[in-house]
Design a protein around this ligand. Structure first.
Ligand SMILES: NC(=O)C[C@H](N)C(=O)O
Length: 348
């Protein structure tokens, strides 16, 4: 080889070594506004979801190539209200297969924000790996001026490829903030700054291109979780019923007749029920359903009293109704004993 050839070969080798050192991050796309398309670049609502694929999302952020070897898979392409139990199971199983391979260092899930916290909490409970899983979305469609998706995706890939994010459970990344799936929730209909962790705080943030962690959840997740979906082909039906003035027993009856094995009550205040609600819950229990008292307030822990033990009510700890539903589905897949299920709510 000529001197020049040797030099360029050496440079090529160095380049390969550098790329080989980059983490391998898999992006699993499920749809959502991050993949949304609107008729004009000032429209931030009224857009459509379903046409933008994971390849387009990756191509839109070429800067990711300098922080990770990125590849994608399309799991679904829907608005997140249409994420089903089957999608959850398929996603969780696929992530477990991917993360068991030495070729994958971390996973990013792109997701609509409306039910993002539910999927993130599900993954927090069923992923069997310490490798990072980061769930990301956007509030503005990909066609909008100042779309938030590209930077959120870039940051999510950075986080998923990092050492710092290992062993922290499923993480949620939007607006530079790193949230724990256990605590974070969507708090605003349209604002970019919608994901908050009011009671428990964020775990950290990305600032100046650097990942900063300040705290972590004490609740069981991922490798410490007892939940195993490997051989699970479906999740039991769990419905959420909202408490309000003048509510009725018939809602409980309808849920059980439609196949509910569990009901989470978005109770008023500290998870309180009306007399009619309580009668409905009792009838649902007699039909075999497990009842969990959660709260519609958006904050705080539902107090578990001796009355709950007498009435065989489970309380949701500080899980909001939509996350309590996720935990109850997984719990019911292995037991319908309220005392055992209460232990899950105390630990996860
Ligand atoms: N910002 C969003 O992603 C909202 C959208 N409706 C979804 O959840 O799919």
């Amino acid at each position: 080889a000529t001197a020049a050839g040797t030099a360029s070969e050496a440079a090529g080798t160095q380049k390969d070594v550098r790329e080989a050192k980059l983490p391998n991050v898999k992006i699993l796309a499920t749809g959502g506004t991050i993949a949304g398309v609107a008729a004009s670049n000032t429209a931030t609502t009224g857009y459509s979801i379903g046409s933008t694929t994971v390849d387009t999302l990756i191509k839109a952020v070429p800067e990711m190539k300098s922080i990770a070897n990125v590849s994608g898979e399309q799991i679904a392409n829907v608005g997140s209200p249409d994420i089903t139990n089957d999608t959850l199971l398929a996603l969780g199983k696929r992530i477990n297969v991917l993360l068991s391979s030495s070729d994958v260092d971390g996973v990013v899930v792109t997701h609509g924000t409306d039910t993002l916290e539910e999927t993130a909490y599900f993954l927090n409970l069923v992923v069997k790996s310490e490798k990072p899983v980061v769930v990301v979305g956007a509030m503005r469609p990909s066609t909008a001026i100042s779309a938030d998706g590209p930077m959120n995706l870039y940051n999510a890939v950075k986080l998923a490829g990092s050492e710092e994010a290992k062993g922290k459970g499923a993480l949620v990344l939007l607006n530079d903030r790193i949230g724990a799936a256990r605590f974070i929730t969507k708090t605003h209909t349209t604002s970019l700054d919608t994901f908050k962790s009011v009671e428990d705080g964020y775990l950290g943030m990305i600032s100046g291109g650097k990942i900063h962690f300040y705290s972590e959840s004490t609740r069981k997740h991922t490798v410490d979780s007892k939940f195993n979906i490997e051989y699970l082909s479906e999740l039991p039906q769990v419905d959420i019923l909202y408490s309000y003035q003048n509510d009725g027993e018939y809602l409980y009856k309808a849920a059980v007749e439609a196949g509910a094995k569990g009901i989470v009550i978005a109770g008023s205040g500290d998870g309180s029920l009306s007399k009619k609600g309580e009668a409905g819950a009792k009838a649902a229990q007699e039909a075999g359903a497990v009842i969990v008292r959660s709260s519609r307030t958006g904050g705080g822990t539902v107090t578990h009293s001796a009355q709950d033990d007498e009435k065989k009510f489970v309380t949701s700890d500080s899980l909001n109704p939509q996350k309590a539903r996720i935990l109850l589905m997984l719990a019911l897949a292995s037991t319908n004993d309220p005392a055992r299920i209460q232990q899950f709510f105390d630990e996860y």
